[in-house]
Design a protein around this ligand. Structure first.
Ligand code: SF4
Length: 447
C-alpha cells in the first residue's frame, strides 16, 4: 500500500469544548469572554456533552438555590463527559465544588478567562493553526444579535451584609474607558441595536482609577459614568443602564435621558425603604432621600422608567418596617420591581444578625409586596394606552411582533405585543400605538 503523504492525510481534528453558562448577566459576559478566547485559539464549541473533549461550567453562587443548580450542572457534565473545568462565582468557593465533585479538572473564580484558558490548554492542547480570522471583532455573544451586555467594571467596593459578591469578585476594577468604547463600537457595527451597561455598581465607574482620563477615537474621555454614557449615546444604539446606585452624580445621567441621548431607564436596586434596615444591610447611598430624588428625576425626565429589586424578611425586619416598605412602593410608583425573600447565603454577615424572620412570614410578606406592586404596575402601564411609542422587535410569531419599549429590559421586564406587524424582523425598531395593558405587558398596533 502506498504511504500517505502529509498532503492527502486527513486534517487534524479540531478540539471541541462544551460550555454551560449559568447566572447573571455579569457571568454571561465572562462566558462570552471565554468563548471568544476559545474560538480565537481555534477550538470548536460543541453543542453536546458527548461531542465535547471537555466541558467548561460557568457557575453562579449568589443564593443557595443557585449553588445547588451549579453543583447539579457540574454533576451532569461529569456524568456525561467526565472532563470538567469549573469557573464563576461558585468557583471562588473551590472547597464547595471539590467536596461535591472531587474529580473536576480545575476550579477558578469569576472573571478569570486567562486561568480558564490555562486549564483548557493543560487538558486539551491548543490546535496548531488558530483560526483567529474566524473570530469577529465583537467576539462571541450568547445574546441575540440585536442586543448585548457591555460590562464596564468588575468587583465592588461595598460590603452589603447580605451579599458575598465582593468576597468572590474582589474590589472594584474599572475597565479602561477606551477599551469599553471600542467594544461598544464593534458591537454596534456588528448589528447590535441595544447596549445594556452592566457591572456590580455602574455609578461607581472610575472611582478606583480616580476618574482617570483615557482616550477614544483620538480624543480624551474620562473614566466616569456620565462621560461614558454621553459617548455611548453617540453610537446610534439604545443605551440602557443597570445597577445604578442613587449617588448625587446620577442626576447628570437623568439629563442625558431627558435629552434622548440614552434610554430613560434606570435600574436602581433599592432593596428596602426603612432607614434602619438599609443601615443593617450597609447599602450604598442608604442615607439618600430616595422619594425626593425619584420625584426630582421624574420632573426632569417624565418618560423615566425605574426598575428596582427588594428583599423582604431581612433579619430583624418588623411588621412596621415592612409596612413602611409597602408605603414606599405605593408612593414611589416604580415601573418594574423584583422581590426576593431574604436568603441566608453562606458567608454573608447578615446571617449573624438577631431576629431571623420565619419562612412563612417571609413568604406572606413577599405575597403582600407583590400584590401591592402588581396594582402599581397595572396603573403605570394603563397610563400608556393610546400613546405612540418606539419599540425594538425581539421576535416575530406569525403576524405578532414581540417587542420591548424603552421601559423594558430583555429577560427581566415586560414585553409589547404588536399586532399587524407583517414583515417585521428581530432587531428592527417600530413605531406603535398602545391599545391595551395588563399587569406586566402591553398590546399595540403598528402606528
Ligand atoms: S453593592 Fe452590595 S449587593 Fe451589590 S455587589 Fe456590592 S456588596 Fe453586593
Amino acid at each position: 500500500m502506498a504511504a500517505r503523504t502529509p498532503k492527502d492525510a486527513a486534517p487534524p481534528r479540531v478540539p471541541r469544548v462544551g460550555f454551560v453558562s449559568l447566572g447573571c448577566p455579569k457571568a454571561l459576559v465572562d462566558s462570552e469572554s471565554i468563548l471568544t478566547q476559545l474560538r480565537a485559539e481555534g477550538y470548536d464549541i460543541a453543542p453536546s456533552y458527548e461531542g465535547s473533549d471537555l466541558v467548561v461550567v460557568n457557575t453562579c453562587g449568589f443564593i443557595d438555590a443557585a449553588v445547588q443548580e451549579s453543583l447539579d450542572a457540574i454533576g451532569e457534565a461529569m456524568a456525561a463527559n467526565g472532563k470538567v473545568i469549573v469557573t464563576g462565582c461558585l468557583g471562588a468557593r473551590g472547597d464547595v465544588v471539590r467536596e461535591a465533585h472531587p474529580r473536576v479538572l480545575a476550579v477558578t473564580g469569576p472573571h478569570a478567562t486567562p486561568e480558564v484558558m490555562a486549564a483548557v490548554h493543560a487538558h486539551l492542547p491548543k490546535p496548531h493553526d488558530p483560526f483567529t480570522d474566524l473570530v469577529p471583532p465583537q467576539g462571541i455573544r450568547l445574546t441575540p444579535r440585536h442586543y448585548a451586555y457591555l460590562k464596564i467594571s468588575e468587583g465592588c467596593n461595598h460590603r452589603c451584609t447580605f451579599c458575598i459578591i465582593p468576597s468572590m469578585r474582589g474590589d472594584l476594577v474599572s475597565r479602561p474607558v477606551g477599551e469599553v468604547m471600542q467594544e461598544a463600537e464593534h458591537l454596534v457595527r456588528a448589528g447590535v441595536k441595544e447596549l445594556l451597561v452592566i457591572s456590580q455598581d455602574t455609578s461607581a465607574y472610575g472611582v478606583d482609577v480616580k476618574y482617570r482620563t483615557g482616550f477614544w477615537g483620538g480624543k480624551p474621555l474620562r473614566t466616569r459614568m456620565t462621560e461614558l454614557c454621553e459617548a455611548l449615546g453617540g453610537l446610534g444604539a439604545w443605551v440602557r443602564l443597570h445597577y445604578v446606585y442613587p449617588y448625587p452624580h446620577v442626576d447628570e445621567v437623568i439629563a442625558l435621558m431627558a435629552g434622548g441621548r440614552i434610554l430613560p431607564y434606570l435600574d436602581v436596586p433599592f432593596q428596602h425603604a426603612s432607614a434602619r434596615i438599609l443601615k443593617l444591610m450597609k447599602r450604598p447611598a442608604a442615607g439618600e432621600k430616595t422619594l425626593e430624588r425619584i420625584r426630582a428625576w421624574r420632573r426632569e425626565c417624565p418618560e423615566l422608567a425605574i426598575r428596582s429589586t427588594f428583599i423582604v424578611g431581612f433579619p430583624g425586619e418588623t411588621e412596621a418596617e415592612f409596612e413602611e416598605l409597602l408605603g414606599f412602593l405605593r408612593e414611589a410608583r416604580l415601573d418594574r420591581v423584583g422581590c426576593f425573600t431574604y436568603s441566608p447565603v453562606e458567608g454573608a454577615k447578615a446571617n449573624g444578625l438577631p431576629g431571623a424572620v420565619p419562612e412563612e412570614v417571609k413568604q406572606e410578606r413577599l405575597a403582600r409586596f407583590m400584590a401591592v406592586q402588581a396594582g402599581v404596575s397595572r396603573e403605570r402601564l394603563a397610563e400608556k394606552v393610546g400613546r405612540e411609542i418606539d419599540v425594538l422587535v425581539d421576535d416575530v410569531e406569525g403576524r405578532i411582533a414581540l417587542a420591548r419599549s424603552s421601559s423594558d429590559a430583555p429577560e427581566i421586564d415586560g414585553i409589547v405585543r404588536v399586532k399587524g406587524a407583517k414583515g417585521a424582523r428581530a432587531g428592527e425598531f417600530l413605531r406603535v400605538r398602545v391599545t391595551a395593558s395588563g399587569d406586566h405587558d402591553l398590546e399595540a398596533v403598528a402606528a
